[in-house]
Design a protein around this ligand. Structure first.
Ligand SMILES: Cc1cc2nc3c(=O)[nH]c(=O)nc-3n(C[C@H](O)[C@H](O)[C@H](O)COP(=O)(O)OP(=O)(O)OC[C@H]3O[C@@H](n4cnc5c(N)ncnc54)[C@H](O)[C@@H]3O)c2cc1C
Length: 402
């Protein structure tokens, strides 16, 4: 990407006479076609100037800045999955949103990968017509309801929410936990076990239906802007046509869970771009012992460690995007990328936070916020351990899950 900052910007001043000041040091974004590269630069500029400076206060208050959604929509972030752009572009867009704020990138990513993308590919024509126009503009929101209070890592086998087909439609019963945007969405894609054939199927459940109740999960250490919810479905009647026709078994949704795992890899890469930006900025401006922190060997090693982790994550994700482009992304590839990039992100976040010293624990300096958010990336979309077990099984032939 072209240098974004000028010398009127506080960080811009610190970039003078620096040959390689940017976090994407190996220029992965250079692989994009010129139009996508230009569009990415515009999105980067928008996110860094209009979003990143304001999100910290919302993060502290655990509030979603809903007024930011129309702005995100103007830049096409409600319809990334329908944009016909390259996989690399889409991944780098997700990385740029994360570079500005992890919670908003979770909202944008789940919205695109698991709501818009899934309805577009697996939904009926009626479902597409009903929901896609509003979703594209962020005037409608959906949420993805898979995890349950008693089943997280073992959800595929342990899922206990039920769907029973009656003469009046499907009746949904069960509880979901951790559902992003669950208190503010218009509908949920609920995964439930069909009591007739025991298969896990996906249903669109409008959240204003009788029997649906949601409550916000408060006091999270990370992803504090995202409104995660506990949800209860108590004899909720939905029309028969709310079954998503392409999601009639868990295997049908595998491609989307695979893509969303890759998306978290991009989040981890983008978070590290943000960590490098902030840690570098702090190191070149903060002086101790009469010179900038950046002039000390140990601080340089920490910065280079962050940069190395970031670059390795970006390069790996670019290859994942290439495999997606060819229709060749398999779950062990996505699991390896997600596990590794989030492991790197956690190390980078701790190193970046430490460069900030005391200021590194304040939301104002972003570094502590990014460190807390890194923990969530490590856990959701399959924990580090579960993704490692997926790869471990693929490379040894031995299943070590139970
Ligand atoms: C902020 C946030 C947002 C989320 N958003 C959504 C969402 O929008 N929709 C949704 O459906 N879900 C969502 N989730 C749920 C998320 O996917 C789960 O938290 C995750 O799958 C882990 O499940 P769990 O929390 O129940 O942990 P558990 O499964 O109870 O795991 C606890 C620990 O045990 C380890 N463990 C479990 N099994 C094994 C094993 N066999 N071997 C070794 N270690 C093991 C895990 O790795 C973990 O460290 C979200 C979670 C969070 C925290």
């Amino acid at each position: 990407m072209p240098p974004i900052l000028d010398n009127s910007h506080p960080q811009g001043a610190a970039l003078q006479n620096v040959p390689f000041p940017h976090a994407d040091i190996l220029e992965v974004a250079d692989q994009l076609i010129p139009e996508e590269r230009e569009r990415l630069a515009i999105i980067h500029e928008f996110l860094q100037t209009e979003i990143r400076p304001d999100v910290g206060e919302y993060w502290d208050r655990e509030e979603l800045p809903r007024e930011m959604l129309p702005k995100l929509a103007v830049h096409g972030l409600g319809e990334v999955e329908l944009s016909g752009t390259s996989r690399l572009f889409r991944g780098l867009v997700y990385a740029e949103v994360t570079r500005a704020d992890v919670s908003l990138s979770a909202l944008v990513g789940i919205h695109n990968e698991l709501i818009v993308g899934l309805i577009n590919a697996l939904g009926s024509e009626e479902q597409k017509e009903r929901w896609l126009p509003g979703l594209r503009r962020f005037t409608n929101l959906g949420c993805f309801a898979l995890t349950e209070p008693d089943s997280g890592s073992d959800i595929a086998g342990g899922l206990s929410t039920t769907a029973t087909l009656t003469d009046d439609g499907w009746v949904i019963n069960g509880e979901k936990r951790w559902i992003g945007a669950g208190t503010i969405a218009d509908f949920a894609i609920v995964f439930a076990r069909d009591t007739a054939d025991n298969r896990i199927k996906g249903f669109i459940v409008e959240l204003d239906r009788d029997g649906v109740s949601t409550s916000k999960i408060s006091r999270k250490m990370g992803l504090r802007i995202m409104q995660n919810a506990d949800m209860v479905f108590d004899n909720v009647l939905i029309p028969a046509e709310n079954l998503i026709p392409g999601a009639e078994s868990f295997a049908d949704t595998n491609e989307y869970l695979c893509n969303s795992r890759a998306w978290v890899g991009w989040q981890a890469a983008g978070l590290q771009l943000g960590i490098f930006d902030k840690a570098r900025e702090y190191a070149v401006t903060r002086k101790q012992f009469g010179k900038p922190l950046a002039g000390f060997q140990l601080v340089q090693e920490a910065l280079v460690r962050i940069l190395g982790n970031t670059t390795a994550s970006l390069g790996m994700m670019a290859q994942v995007a290439h495999l997606q482009e060819q229709g060749n992304l398999q779950m062990p590839y996505a699991a390896l990328a997600k596990a590794t990039a989030t492991r790197f992100a956690r190390e980078s976040a701790a190193a970046g936070r430490n460069i900030g010293g005391g200021n590194g624990i304040l939301t104002d300096f972003d570094l502590s916020k990014m460190m807390a958010d890194a923990e969530v990336l490590y856990t959701y979309e399959g924990t580090y351990e579960i993704n490692s077990l997926i790869v471990g099984r693929a490379v040894t032939g031995q299943s070590a899950f139970v």
